[in-house]
Design a protein around this ligand. Sequence first.
Ligand SMILES: [Zn+2]
Length: 371
Amino acid sequence: MKTSDTSPNPRKARSRFRALGILCAISALTLSACATQLDRPPVDAAAVLEEGQEVERIRVATQLERMSRVWAVGDRIRIAGTDLCGDRTAYDFGLRVTSRETLFEDSDNPPREIGLGSGVRVWDARAEVQALGIRRNVRIVEIDHVRIHELADYQKAIKTAQLQPSLTLGFEDDDGFRRETLSGVMACDYAVSLNSDPEINAFADGSNVFVNAGMIRFVESDDELAIVIGHEIAHNVLGHPTQRKAQIAVGAVFDVAIAVLTGIGTNTFSMLGAGAFSEGQESDSDYMGLYLAARAGYRVEAAPSFWHRMGAETHDRASDTMLRSHPSNSRRAAAMRAAIREIESKRFNHQPLLPEGSETVAANASRRPNR
Ligand SMILES: [Zn+2]
């Protein structure tokens, strides 16, 4: 194809390229050394470092934004679902904390400024906590007079504090140190957090719920996120992770894929038995998860289209024999519509939003060890 992109002096340019070619050929250099012929402006090492810090800043800002979203939706569901969680409940104080040391623990080029100082810092807090002056970047130094140095200290202290209806928080801001008493709200005692994995998935391990970064990117609304988190909390409430034969600490929307990854068992069938939740367990979690999302005020009408999109996304894997124990996405969507009709009817008749048969579940949950 003829182009108009020609050099102003083609003969001179040609001879320069030929000379360069000969130079390359006679030198002992490899071809790759001659691959770059353009005279680009020099790159400053300090500038590269700065760009790297910008990438890190964006990575952490995105992570914090996703964490906030998972926490917010998770909190609403955990609090509204208290009646369904038996005695697996604890007080929640509306504090969401992090530390720059944890956020950048794998980084060799952390940015200097992300709006968080060192030590354990508040990232998010419920409105009533913020009203006490406990806002973003406030440093937590004590919980019930126990000194807090790093995130692990905080996690340990809050676990104990959650058994009582109030806690005394010691914190530092620009005005110095002070203490405030926080009142707890009853919530299901299943921490909901973010996992950095890009796969479209979420997990329940009996005590926690993890939502993958890939799932956060996939969901189109907080209503869809609530359906995912509700489903995983339901696995925990229903005791599915502990019921599994091999006691593998994973469960998932696509639990079987995880069974392959963990490689437990000596053949396909033992892997299936050990790693996957049964079809009945998945359907029960779908059903109860929908109630959990509905109780928290999320639009459960989003569920069928969510499962359609999941079905389309995982079309290749749906034909895999490994997925036979799993309800198909279309079956799931149909079951969801039936459950949505049931929820609507209960709302219309002013009946409590409790899934059918959940009384026995709460009783069973009470018999399980608490932590
Ligand atoms: Zn599941």
